[in-house]
Design a protein around this ligand. Structure first.
Ligand code: AMP
Ligand code: TRP
Length: 341
């Protein structure tokens, strides 16, 4: 039992959760639960790094927790909680801030991208990867399953952990590995297959398949998906074929088939129109039971609260002692310790 790896991952509650989040991350968390010791977190503090409407944030946080359960995260096998319910995250983030050089944060590509698009950049946005590092490190996680876009943040987490261990001359933090799926790690926008499917663009009709979209909306988005002027339905690295490649990639990730099997499935397809409708169908059927379960959970707030309170207690029992020990290592006086240690 003790050789089971510890897994931690998180997802922001805000914005429209989409098929990329599911195929790149959440589905893989659910699939490997039995083999690992798992902690999954709805990272509401991360969402505050850009301005939010308070009521909407509250609603979306609960909805995201329900969605993770609906996608198969099983509270009997995994700890599932809301980040702000465990105060060790915010507390420990401060401690990590005090060992993290500013230059490391200024170099993060996500910070550079996001801050370039905003007039006023909040301090929290720069500090975002340090909060994320704490999420991972306070649970001694070995593995962090994420989509491709989060790889740099996990690498920064490793750097912060190594720096702390070196400064205080002990193997206090486990050095985590990013786990990027072989398929589904980068689902592209349906309206523009040169940009990744993203929450911030998901309000635009036709860009993303949102997890709670109706079958009609899903079909609409696929029917309008950008392809090319050719006819060939095959995987390809040709930038002109990125649209078809993305559609086939989604189909492959959902069906679990090999490239050759996927291509064989479409050998008799009548053009791209046929391809789009058939990919839409497998997506609709995959999302149907998830959406039904999500509705049930949202209709039973007491049950959702019970699950989240249990998860928070489990998470707190791991993270708070770790942060307390960090405080001691860093020279803070722990309350009630007569000798100051
Ligand atoms: P976020 O929406 O930023 O909280 O991301 C949640 C998870 O989804 C992270 O592990 C991301 O790496 C992953 N993810 C986000 N967008 C995509 C995408 N277009 N394709 C695959 N994975 C993604
Ligand atoms: N930054 C991640 C994202 O946007 C979410 C996240 C926060 C996370 N804390 C984490 C992911 C810890 C993995 C581990 O996708």
């Amino acid at each position: 039992m003790s050789d089971r790896k510890r897994v931690f991952s998180g997802i922001q509650p805000t914005g429209n959760t989409h098929l990329g989040n599911y195929l790149g991350a959440v589905r893989n968390w659910a699939a490997r639960q039995a083999e690992k010791i798992n902690t999954f977190c709805v990272v509401d503090l991360h969402s505050l790094t850009v301005p939010q409407d308070p009521e909407q944030l509250r609603h979306e946080t609960r909805s995201m927790a329900a969605l993770l359960l609906a996608c198969g995260i099983d509270p009997a096998q995994s700890t599932l909680f809301i980040q702000s319910h465990v105060t060790a995250h915010a507390e420990g983030c401060w401690l990590l801030n005090c060992v993290t050089p500013l230059g490391w944060l200024q170099r993060m590509t996500q910070f550079k991208d996001k801050s370039a698009r905003q007039e006023s950049v909040l301090t929290g946005l720069l500090d975002y990867p340090v909060l994320m590092a704490g999420d991972i490190l306070f649970y001694d996680a070995d593995e962090v399953p994420v989509g491709e876009d989060q790889k740099q943040h996990v690498e920064l987490t490793r750097d912060i952990a190594q720096r702390f261990n070196a400064l205080y001359e002990q193997e206090f933090f486990v050095i985590p590995q990013p786990i990027i799926p072989e398929v589904g790690a980068r689902v592209m926008g349906l309206d523009d297959p040169t940009v990744k499917m993203s929450k911030s663009l998901a309000d635009k009709r036709g860009h993303a398949v949102r997890m709670l979209d109706t079958p009609d909306e899903i079909l609409y988005s696929f029917k309008r998906a950008v392809t090319d002027s050719g006819r060939e339905i095959a995987f390809s690295n040709d930038p002109d074929k990125a649209g078809v490649n993305n559609l086939l990639g989604i189909y492959r990730a959902i069906t679990g088939q090999s490239n050759a099997e996927v291509e064989a499935d479409f050998a008799n397809a009548r053009g791209y129109g046929d391809l789009k409708v058939r990919v839409a169908e497998v997506v609709i059927e995959t999302l149907r039971p998830i959406q039904a379960r999500h509705r049930e959970l949202m209709d039973d707030p007491a049950e959702l609260d019970r699950i989240l309170a249990h998860g928070a207690a489990q998470a707190r029992a791991v993270a708070q002692p770790k942060v307390d020990e960090m405080k001691r290592i860093m020279g803070l006086v722990l309350p009630g310790a007569a000798d100051g240690r």
